[in-house]
Design a protein around this ligand. Structure first.
Ligand code: NAI
Length: 730
């Protein structure tokens, strides 16, 4: 008997018809509707390809059809991209390349139908969706704010494999195409019009009429006028893009930028540049297949799955629970975190009241918001009126005036259990019945904060990351007493703030801080052993962390870091060791990090001192290290392993003890909250890649060499014995 290997080219057929071709109107314009059955949004799958072939044949056979308008029959958008599930089933690069070629061929058939084709775009037009639109003769986009055009394949460790690398540069020029393909960023309709990515942009209610009119005009040989590039742009384009040498220069510069940003850890952007240099469909398909087989793409696609899975999780017990709507939020503490939360909340339309101990602190908090909104105004994200509107949503004072009507209070005062308990008591006196108390503690157990509360069911953890306006995660912490509607409402607020959300169970440090602390403390251990501080950062960055732990400690505040480490040590003992002498000496010396211009690195006026484009260590910090300045040559891989495996082991323990409710939350939380390398897909996916057996072997070796803090947790021991994985299906 031979094993049946399923070819990715023979996938399940699409259930019901996803394409519907209407009869042509009086002008010969036929509508081709895309409506993938059983899906909320349209995606392009391999199973759809025969349907496209059928429709193309029907079009060719019907001489009454003079032009086609392609549009989505779903109000959720045009097409959100290729179906990633298809890609997960591919087992080798040749099959991956074949899928890409099939897609390319379908697009080419559309392009060569011999009659004008117009894509009517509203909502998401991403990846394969945009490639389909690019194969049309012209594109009309709705100006609705939800309309987004992008080629985000790079974010999944891939490249546009449906002819996008060929068609996009021809349409909008090499530099613009590179920008879109290397960043995957969204382009709004008005910008798309300016770039020439779409032919016409109109208000949503005129979309179909405009698309039909354009199709009719094209059928009559009347094309829209191409916007004339300015003299400067034209000269630039001639000089750089329309000759071989010029293209080479553009690609070379782009490569330098990619290497500087990604340290060569991400294969996709480099492949995109290679494919653009070759400029053939074949090169695109081959590279697509190769990228599909990289562990980096698998890790990034796993992350995408985690995001999708967690969007449905509103926390334990929330199924069927109606979350009360939150409109007014009170914030205690206008410091770094309080001001950050106020800014993002006001941006999203919430009314915010800040309270701090004095007016100077309130002023500083408001200045924070003004700075963030000011930058957005400068970038034309919104006009002056939008800026004023946002500022007017935030007010502040030194008492509880304005808190009486708050639906929710976010506490961001100092990390002190007595103070936080006092805040709960104060708020229970002044706010309305039913209001939520959300603590932004970074380490203290929420049950402790709620210990003296009259209504512990209204107390919850809402852990933001700094800077709040930039960091994409909120970790929500529930205690056994937190009411499900409180959880659901808090999750809804965090999502409205534009954040990814993980909901975890309560304990000191919850998930993200517990996972981060072993990584940070290991960095200090390495420093005390005589490794250079910058080498420690380099070791982490070579593993794919965006910044190293020494830099991170300077950014967060060494005092803040030490305080958290102490809390962790208090609760978890030996597992959370840290070198206390060094930490105390740093604090005693007033070395608090970037905020007071005295950290591991040198700072002036809150900015890093740079020498030849590199940050420099403040050598005086080595007086606190038992070995003095650098005495050990770096072994970056071994140093990185020590930091990452400590983190991964603690993550596994969080799953074992129920702090984490699943691996997805652990992966997403580590990548978006603490900078775990995205291409690894998160610590659980990373451990799966290595295999539990290897992880346990390495942890045991590290335990022998460095102590108990590396003792592998029971879950990993069991998994190593049984040979199981966190994600058996992947
Ligand atoms: P911060 O020192 O910048 O701000 C704290 C603010 O609370 C100060 O403005 C202070 O005047 C005010 N405050 C103190 N007592 C008060 C009272 N009785 N009433 C009103 N305001 C009072 O500190 P930061 O960094 O904003 O941290 C705040 C909380 O957020 C802490 O619990 C911290 O652990 C947590 N956190 C901090 C993160 C960070 O990266 N800095 C990240 C996540 C959480």
């Amino acid at each position: 008997m031979t094993a049946q290997v399923q070819s990715p080219l023979k996938l399940q057929p699409a259930p019901a018809a996803a394409l519907r071709l209407d009869a042509p109107d009086g002008d010969g314009v036929a509508m081709l509707w895309i409506d993938v059955p059983g899906k909320k949004v349209n995606t392009l799958s391999v199973a759809l390809l025969p349907e496209f072939e059928n429709v193309f044949a029907k079009v060719l056979a019907n001489k009454a059809i003079k032009a086609i308008v392609l549009a989505s029959a779903k109000d959720t958008g045009f097409i959100a991209g290729a179906d990633i599930d298809d890609l997960g089933k591919v087992r080798n690069a040749a099959d991956g390349a074949r899928i890409s070629k099939q897609g390319q061929d379908a697009m080419t058939r559309l392009e060569q139908l011999g009659i004008p084709t117009v894509a009517a775009i509203s909502g998401d037009c991403l990846g394969g969706g945009l490639e389909l639109a690019l194969a049309c003769t012209a594109r009309v986009a709705s100006l609705h704010k939800k309309t987004k055009l992008a080629l985000p394949e790079v974010m999944l460790g891939l490249l546009p494999g449906g002819g996008g690398t060929m068609r996009l540069p021809k349409l909008i020029g090499l530099a613009n195409a590179l920008d879109m393909m290397l960043t995957g960023k969204n382009i709004r309709a008005s910008k798309a019009l300016k770039m020439g990515l779409v032919t016409v942009a109109v208000p949503q209610n005129q979309l179909m009429d405009a698309a039909k009119k354009l199709a009719r005009d094209l059928a009559h040989g009347k094309g829209p006028k191409k916007p004339k590039p300015g003299m400067k742009e034209e000269a630039m384009e001639l000089l750089l893009e329309r000759n071989v040498l010029g293209r080479r220069i553009v690609l070379h510069e782009a490569r330098k930028k990619v290497m500087a940003q990604s340290h060569g850890l991400y294969p996709a952007p480099l492949k995109i540049l290679e494919v653009l240099a070759k400029g053939t469909y074949e090169a695109e398909a081959t590279a697509f297949g190769e990228l599909l087989m990289t562990p980096e793409s698998a890790g990034l696609r796993h992350l995408f799955h985690s995001i999708t899975a967690l969007k449905k999780d509103n926390g334990p017990g929330t199924e069927g629970v109606k979350a009360p709507e939150i409109k007014q939020v009170g914030i205690l503490g206008a410091g770094l975190m309080g001001a950050g939360c106020a800014t993002v909340l006001a941006d999203q339309g919430f009314t915010v009241r800040l309270k701090d101990r004095d007016h100077a602190a309130i002023g500083k908090g408001l200045d924070y918001a003004k700075k963030v909104f000011g930058k957005a105004k400068k970038k034309k994200v919104y006009p002056e009126a939008g800026y004023n509107e946002r500022i007017s949503r935030i007010s502040g004072g030194t008492d509880y005036a304005g808190f009486g009507h708050a639906d929710m209070v976010i506490e961001a005062v100092f990390e002190d259990i007595n103070l936080k308990q006092q805040m709960v008591a104060d708020i229970e006196k002044v706010t309305q019945v039913g209001g939520i108390f959300a603590s932004n503690t970074s380490s203290l157990p929420i049950s402790e904060i709620a210990k003296k509360a009259k209504h512990p069911e209204r107390v919850i953890g809402m852990h933001f990351f700094s800077p709040v306006e930039k960091m994409p995660l909120v970790e929500i912490i529930v205690t056994p007493k937190t009411a499900p509607e409180v959880t659901a409402a808090t999750v809804a607020v965090a999502r409205k703030m534009g954040k990814h959300v993980i909901v975890v169970n309560d304990c000191a440090g919850f998930y993200t801080t517990r996972a981060l602390v072993p990584y940070m403390t290991e960095a200090i251990f390495l420093a005390t052993e005589g490794y250079d501080l910058m080498d420690i950062d380099t070791a982490a960055m070579q593993m794919g962390f965006p910044v190293g732990p020494i830099t991170l400690m300077d950014e967060v505040g060494i005092d803040v870091g030490v305080k958290v480490m102490k809390v962790m040590k208090e609760y978890y003992g030996d597992r959370m060791q840290f070198p206390p002498d060094v930490s105390s000496a740093l604090i005693a010396e007033g070395r608090l990090g970037k905020k007071n211009n005295k950290g591991f690195y040198k700072y002036e006026n809150g900015k890093s001192v740079m020498v030849k484009g590199k940050k420099v260590i403040d050598e005086t910090v080595y007086q606190h290290m038992p070995q003095g300045a650098k005495t050990k040559e770096p072994d970056f891989a071994a140093m990185g392993e020590r930091m990452v495996l400590g983190l991964a082991n603690e993550a596994a323990l969080c799953l074992q003890d129920g702090t984490l409710r699943d691996g997805y939350a652990g992966d997403l939380g580590a990548v978006f909250g603490i900078g775990f390398p995205p291409f690894e897909g998160g610590p659980f996916r990373y451990m799966d890649r290595l295999g539990a057996k290897k992880v346990v072997e390495r942890l045991k070796a590290l335990e022998q060499a460095n102590g108990k803090r590396f003792a592998p947790c029971q879950l990993l021991l069991d998994m190593a014995k049984k040979g199981t994985k966190f994600y058996p299906g992947e």
